[in-house]
Design a protein around this ligand. Structure first.
Ligand SMILES: C[S@@+](CC[C@H](N)C(=O)[O-])C[C@H]1O[C@@H](n2cnc3c(N)ncnc32)[C@H](O)[C@@H]1O
Length: 232
């Protein structure tokens, strides 16, 4: 979270209606800024209550464009704009089998569950046990009981359910972990922040029979990947 200002912890004061209004305003802002274009992703962002995935002392800041701290070592819930920023180029859509590396709060996972719909599947892996327990509780409280949640090193993927149509890594890596590229279906896409020459680039991979196409989308700032492929 280096580089991002963290607002001071405080007791929550906002009610459900305040948050509902802020959620709607945020979706409209994301549309105006050009982050949010896809109807299915907009519907998911309007439906999932982001505040329910944030620790009480930071809850009032739910719709600010800052990452907020979570239980665990360096875990954060990413800024609201990060989700369309990742999911739109990824082309996440209904029916997809989706693997997320870095469950965090569970918010992005809930959005993905809404986007892929009943014919899709969401699998998410989190390396930090405290963060994992926090997200699991958030998802259960929010009524999501059919997401495959795994505690472990997501750099190794989750081969049992592979291949995946889409993979999203929510922490920055030096190189995209090879097991994840292997577990991506031909025709599939993977998105990840990658540390290159002192900056983090958001990188999109497209896998096909001809090989892998790679495209940089923009510069980003994420917590670093841990585990086998963490490297730092
Ligand atoms: C930016 S946060 C994820 C935010 C999440 N998308 C959300 O909506 O709250 C990145 C997460 O990746 C986790 N992480 C880091 N390295 C990991 C690894 N090798 N496997 C699984 N999770 C990892 C961190 O513990 C952290 O929870």
């Amino acid at each position: 979270m280096r580089g991002w200002p963290v607002p001071p912890p405080k007791n929550p004061t906002k009610n459900k209606e305040d948050f509902r209004r802020e959620r709607e305003e945020k979706a409209n802002w994301l549309i105006k800024q050009g982050y949010l274009k896809v109807g299915r992703i907009k519907e998911a962002m309007l439906k999932v209550a982001r505040e329910d995935f944030i620790p009480p002392l930071y809850r009032d800041y739910a719709y600010l464009e800052v990452p907020l701290p979570l239980p665990g070592k360096e875990a954060t819930i990413s800024c609201p704009h990060s989700y369309p920023l990742f999911y739109e180029p990824l082309g996440l859509d209904k029916g997809h089998k989706f693997l997320e590396v870095g469950l965090g709060s569970g918010y992005g996972t809930a959005l993905a569950r809404e986007i892929v719909g009943p014919d899709g599947l969401v699998v998410s892996v989190e390396i930090d046990p405290l963060t994992f327990d926090f997200a699991k509780k958030n998802l259960e409280n929010a009524g999501y009981h059919d997401i495959v949640l795994e505690k472990g090193d997501g750099g190794l993927g989750y081969p049992r359910m592979s291949p995946y149509d889409r993979i999203c890594i929510t922490a920055a890596c030096i190189d995209i972990p090879p097991p994840l590229v292997e577990q991506l279906r031909s025709g599939g896409r993977l998105i990840s922040p990658v540390l290159e020459q002192g900056v983090q680039n958001l990188v999109l991979l497209e896998k096909s029979e001809e090989g892998i196409k790679r495209r940089v989308i923009c510069e980003v700032l994420y917590v670093l990947l841990r585990g086998t492929y963490g490297g730092l």
